[in-house]
Design a protein. Structure first.
Length: 402
């Protein structure tokens, strides 16, 4: 359907503008008239030639969802109807893809759909957690507070993801740069020195000869080496997509030194915060555990949560199966047990999440401090070794001349 840009005046004399997707201009006028808006200007929105090309549509970021959720909560708390709130937020949204999604949601709500059902049509942007909490808020008449709670949850979850990504990205980036520098030197720089040494004649030092041989090997087989690396990456990704492969890789990831501990602490923080948010919002614990398990990226942790849900459905407490899983630290199990016995499980889960947020901060700082010297030694040692290998013959020739 085409989209129309409009401007108009409310019954109180205020100016409003926005855009609406409708079959005809008359349909837009009728809809706005029912909302008490008198149109002063309307025109069909020019078509974007890149609208149907995914590459040019951009991506909905975490910050887009957080800002929308917090602003939407404020508008609803101020007494604005859902449709009008969505109209305002979609009209001021700068992200083109998210703007289009908000307009579709507004049109669905305007057509009689619930907000949760309208959000459910866009699972890549609004996940099960978001949709279920919104549904609970609509049913309980506390949508504004639920949205505010969701915004706070996503802010903390986004901050946690950024820290973990930063900790994992830094060593990978340094290694990639180091290998790129080494390959460039072996393929392009060493041959220049090799030709110069050949012109002078004589026997090369052992270190220099070794680097020259490595350079010759790299230039001869570089295509095969890159091809082999590509095959390994493709095989790894293919294996990771299988159920067995994902379970195996995720189990190994949790046992990695330093990084495994970071991944475990991150998973515990995500699990406790998400489940705590859902219980506080009135979602039954079995439904909450099902949704939380599906949000977990690690299959081992996901299975532990599903097993916990099954045990609870059989009448057991939540702490007992969590302890038997072997995934969650004893302190978490004990605190959950205390929360159950005191009837304050939601607040206890939030406290655990806050504690593990700080643990993740400490782990990230420790990893950064641990990796930095090793990376510098590796990068400096590898490049320095090649430079030394190239200058040894020069020093040897200078000594002979003297």
């Amino acid at each position: 359907m085409p989209e129309f840009l409009w401007e108009g005046r409310t019954s109180q004399g205020g100016q409003q503008r926005g855009e609406m997707e409708a079959a005809t201009e008359a349909a837009v006028r009728l809809t706005l008239r029912t909302q008490g808006i008198q149109i002063t200007k309307i025109k069909e929105k020019p078509k974007d030639i890149f609208a149907n090309i995914p590459l040019f549509q951009g991506k909905v970021q975490d910050k887009d969802i957080i800002v929308f959720t917090r602003q939407f909560a404020t508008l609803i708390d101020a007494g604005l109807p859902l449709v009008q709130g969505l109209e305002i937020l979609s009209s001021q949204e700068e992200n083109k893809l998210f703007k289009k999604i908000l307009i579709q949601i507004k049109n669905d709500v305007e057509g009689g759909s619930t907000l949760a059902d309208a959000l459910k049509k866009h699972p890549k942007v609004f996940d099960n957690l978001y949709v279920n909490l919104v549904a609970a808020g609509e049913a309980g008449g506390v949508l504004d507070s639920i949205l505010a709670r969701l915004a706070a949850y996503f802010e903390k979850a986004s901050k946690l993801r950024s820290k973990v990504k930063g900790a994992l990205t830094y060593p990978v980036a340094v290694l990639v740069i180091a290998f790129a520098v080494i390959i460039v030197m072996l393929v392009f720089v060493i041959p220049v020195f090799q030709k110069m040494f050949a012109d002078f004649g004589g026997t090369l030092p052992a270190l220099t000869q070794g680097v020259v041989n490595l350079s010759a090997f790299m230039r001869k087989y570089v295509i095969y080496i890159l091809g082999a690396i590509g095959v390994v990456i493709f095989a790894f990704k293919t294996y990771h997509k299988t159920e067995t492969g994902k379970i195996t890789i995720d189990r190994i990831a949790l046992k990695l030194p330093v990084f495994g501990d970071l991944l475990r602490k991150t998973a515990v923080a995500n699990f406790t915060r998400t489940l705590g948010t859902m219980i506080t919002s009135g979602v039954p614990i079995l439904d909450g555990l099902d949704i939380v398990a599906r949000t977990m990226k690690n299959k081992i942790i996901q299975k532990a949560i599903f097993d916990t849900r099954k045990s609870i459905s059989e009448g057991k407490s939540i702490s007992e199966p969590l302890g038997k899983s072997g995934v969650f630290p004893p302190m978490v199990v004990q605190m959950v047990s205390v929360g159950e016995s005191t009837g304050a499980l939601d607040s206890m889960l939030t406290k655990i999440a806050d504690f593990y947020d700080e643990e993740v901060d400490a782990a990230v700082d420790a990893i950064t401090k641990l990796i930095e010297p090793f990376m510098m030694i590796f990068l400096g040692g590898s490049v320095g070794t090649m430079l030394a290998a190239m200058y040894l013959p020069i020093f040897k020739m200078a000594g002979a001349i003297e």
